[in-house]
Design a protein around this ligand. Structure first.
Ligand SMILES: [Ca+2]
Length: 222
């Protein structure tokens, strides 16, 4: 009887070890995952009265310029599926704080599909509305611009112009399909172990388009 109990205890501890080893492997490889299907972890804030960021099935809407379907599963995040986006909007969609303590080779990947306002002047195309990737180590006190591998399609976006007249690069124009983007988070992690990552959408005072759609977000470390 005592022997059986000893075996049972030994088996239990083996099971417990296997369980924690599996959890440790998962924790090491995928630090954050968002597909917008259920139990969505990301949240949004809006400067305007009508929030732009929402989660929906794009196949259920007739708005021109929307993706035919989500990139992963049925649902994706996007700026107003039932109409074009609003003017003078500034909306953040952000992750919970991600803890990178002890991690190396950290990477963010996501899929995006977008149609955002551009304009032409003297034969050159400029970005009016856009989306950029930001990260904060201190709950939004300070923000850093993140740059995807290969850079942003536009070097400046008018809607991101600040009080000093400065703007930043960003996504603008349009994609014909879902595109996968990759961001090396290594330089961030050298500065601080915990970060919130945000997608900031901003529009100027005229011309709405279908907007920016986001899915299949993954933060990994090796
Ligand atoms: Ca999805």
């Amino acid at each position: 009887m005592a022997f059986t109990r000893k075996i049972a205890v030994a088996l239990l501890s083996v099971l417990a070890l296997h369980g924690s080893a599996a959890a440790a492997t998962l924790a090491r490889n995928v630090l954050f995952r968002e597909t917008f299907e259920d139990a969505v972890q990301m949240t949004s804030t809006s400067r305007t009265q009508t929030p732009q960021w929402t989660v929906a099935d794009p196949s259920q809407f007739l708005t021109p310029g929307l993706p035919a379907r989500a990139a992963h599963g049925r649902l994706c995040a996007g700026t107003k599926f039932d109409s074009v986006y609003d003017d003078s909007a500034e909306d953040l969609l952000y992750t919970p704080e991600i803890d990178f303590t002890g991690k190396m080779h950290t990477t963010l990947t996501f899929k995006a599909f977008y149609e955002l306002e551009t304009y032409s002047h003297a034969g050159t195309v400029f970005a009016a509305d856009g989306v950029r990737l930001l990260a904060t180590p201190d709950q939004g006190q300070t923000w850093l611009l993140l740059t995807p591998s290969g850079g942003y399609p536009f070097d400046s976006v008018r809607a991101f112009t600040d009080a000093q007249g400065q703007t930043t690069p960003g996504f603008s124009g349009s994609t014909a399909h879902w595109k996968r983007y990759r961001v090396d988070l290594g330089p961030l992690i050298l500065q601080s172990p915990k970060w919130i990552i945000a997608w900031e959408f901003a529009s100027d005072s005229s011309v709405g388009k279908a907007g920016f759609f986001l899915d299949d977000i993954k933060v990994t470390a090796r």
